[in-house]
Design a protein around this ligand. Structure first.
Ligand code: NIG
Ligand code: FE
Length: 384
């Protein structure tokens, strides 16, 4: 099956090739086979021809951080926060209770609903974490369900210490690094930990990540969301693909990240929804850090699944240019997942593309809240 998208007014490749105008892209099966000037497009043969009519085409978004397998809702917590209450990690436990009580079918149908919602907003790859089960059986259930919809599954048994282990956090870490990891590792590619006051210490986080690495999982870390701490430096030391949040970075964190291969994934939906300060992405990029953007879709700290919304915040409030923000939401997300086949428009890459109802990608930030995602291809097939 092949498709020729032609008359593309602006084609942002998110590669060194940069931006092409009056361009065309050929899709063959699930890959991009060619791109170039529209006038050079080979005669389409049996290909379906899509006339972009001067509109912009971008790579599908790569959302490298989400928590989509859960039950319940925390709208009341959000409402209280907007009236002045602070966000605290303990809220996670209420979602744990609702998730444990939910049958597989309910979790599955909500999960599929979120993935469809993301496709409709231009996201073609999503990483999904466990972390709302926190028993061996429930965590395994969550990674198993996540693996039905994405290869990018993360075991996050160390999300928070569950109520039944209150004051016995080291024993809970024994469970996570022992039987829980054994049960979940076959379904996961990544191991993650919430390294933060109120969740897990640096030493506990190290134990979790090292146990996962020993089982063949690759590390990624939640750190510096609620205050400064040692999580960023631990992530760099262990060669994590990404460290996520980074709301409260120290100068040492910035220096460590700048000299590393660890991506810093910023999550503007969290600062939006918890009324915390946005990180200064300009300073971080200028320091030499590779920055990605992700939604962190979850019922507590960030219940948006919209990459265009996160891009708009990053441009408006975090000092990123529209081009940097789009790169961070596509190629940057791919780097955070150590993938080179997604997040870019290039011959050989997966045919994950978005046609915008706009002449340029700048409109993603320029027209916040407007549904500009008009067609989405994933693996060469129209998804939305
Ligand atoms: O990435 N930081 C920890 N985990 C989630 C929040 C989860 C929740 O509040 O339910 C996050 O922000
Ligand atoms: Fe998260």
């Amino acid at each position: 099956m092949s498709t020729l998208i032609t008359n593309i007014g602006e084609l942002t490749t998110c590669t060194d090739v940069g931006t092409l105008h009056d361009a065309a892209v050929m899709i063959e099966n699930e890959r991009i086979s060619w791109m170039g000037a529209a006038e050079d497009a080979l005669s389409a043969g049996g290909a379906e021809v899509v006339d972009a009519a001067g509109r912009a085409v971008i790579p599908g978004f790569v959302d490298s951080h989400s928590h989509l397998v859960f039950a319940g809702d925390r709208a009341a917590e959000f409402e209280a926060r907007m009236a002045g209450q602070k966000y605290a990690a303990g809220g996670i436990r209420s979602t744990v209770a609702a998730t444990r009580a939910a049958p597989d079918e309910e979790l599955r149908s909500r999960l599929h609903g979120f993935v469809d919602e993301m496709h409709a907003q231009g996201t073609t790859t999503v990483e999904i974490k466990s972390g709302y089960g926190l028993t061996v059986a429930d965590e395994q259930r969550l990674v198993r369900l996540a693996a039905e919809v994405t290869p990018e599954v993360t075991f996050l048994g160390a999300h928070v210490v569950p109520a039944e282990y209150a004051d016995r956090s080291d024993e809970y870490v024994d469970l996570v690094t022992g039987p829980m990891l054994d049960a979940c590792a076959p379904y996961a590619r990544w191991i993650d930990v919430f390294c933060e006051t109120g969740a897990f210490t640096v030493d506990q986080s190290r134990r979790v990540l090292e146990a996962g690495i020993a089982r063949g999982l690759s590390p990624r870390v939640h750190a510096s969301q609620l205050g400064p701490g040692g999580g960023v430096r631990l992530a760099v030391e262990l060669g994590a693909a990404s460290v996520d949040h980074g709301t409260y970075l120290t100068d040492d964190d910035v220096a460590a990240l700048a000299g590393s291969h660890t991506v810093l994934t910023l999550l503007p939906g969290v600062e939006f929804s918890t009324r915390q300060p946005y990180p200064d992405a300009r300073r971080l990029i200028d320091a030499g850090i590779t920055v990605a953007l992700a939604c962190d879709t979850n019922p507590g700290s960030s219940f948006t699944s919209s990459m265009p919304f996160c891009i708009a915040i990053a441009v408006r409030d975090m000092g990123m240019t529209p081009t940097e923000a789009l790169w961070a939401a596509t190629a940057g997300g791919a780097r955070a997942l150590r993938r080179d086949d997604i997040g870019v428009i290039a011959p050989g890459a997966r045919a994950d593309l978005v046609l915008l109802e706009a002449p340029t990608q700048v409109h993603l930030a320029y027209r916040p809240g407007v549904p500009l995602i008009t067609r989405v291809w994933k693996d060469g097939e129209v998804r939305s």
